[in-house]
Design a protein around this ligand. Sequence first.
Ligand code: ATP
Length: 220
Amino acid sequence: MKSLSRIRRLGIVGGTFNPIHLGHLRSAEEVYEDFNLERIIFIVSAVPPHKVSTGIVDAAHRYEMVRRAVKDNPRFDASNLEIKREGKSYTVDTLSYFRERLGDDADIYFILGLDAFSEIGTWRDYGRLFGLAHFVVTDRPTGRVMEPEGFFPPEIAGLFSRDRAGGLVHESGKRLFYHDITAMDISATHIRGLVGEGKSIRYLVPPAVYRYIQQRGLYC
Ligand code: ATP
């Protein structure tokens, strides 16, 4: 496998992954192909700044589930970078790290769902994020039409202009893409709820994750 510093087109997906599910994996698989990426790294956040920390299983479990979920896919990697870092996880620190490792000429794509993107104005140093990486906002199945005009978080609207083809460009030259993915209406919240009710989560998570949750009695 290519070493990280030699990768020129890297995708990054950050999340709590409590637990990772097929919605996360399928959307990354599609972005990998549609954006011609060389690798996608799933980064497990330690203490998610935006989530109430109740019901979040230990980071070591969440990382282990991600590791097992991506093990058989050579396109994907799992990272515990944010877990090893002290304190809260901030995307701006993670993107700065990868920008430094890969150099200025590499294309880094930060991939996130529309729900997460709509709250980006609350993220630390959100203005800096768009100078560090391209952003790919995927349409999570909500039934809403993905129109930048309708779903552009007001805090960042002024940071982008349109190129001749109508694409959204930041002053750094990095781009913001709205990208449709196959709708999989799965959330980790729903999965935790099912486990709590003693119901099956088979076919919502990869088999290895299903077994891991069962064997350790997570989310019961
Ligand atoms: P929770 O239900 O606990 O809030 P989640 O299922 O939304 O969790 P996260 O770990 O918070 O999962 O999400 C990480 C990233 O994956 C976010 O950018 C989120 O928008 C995206 N994502 C979550 N679910 C899906 C899905 N079904 N399809 C595509 N992307 C998703």
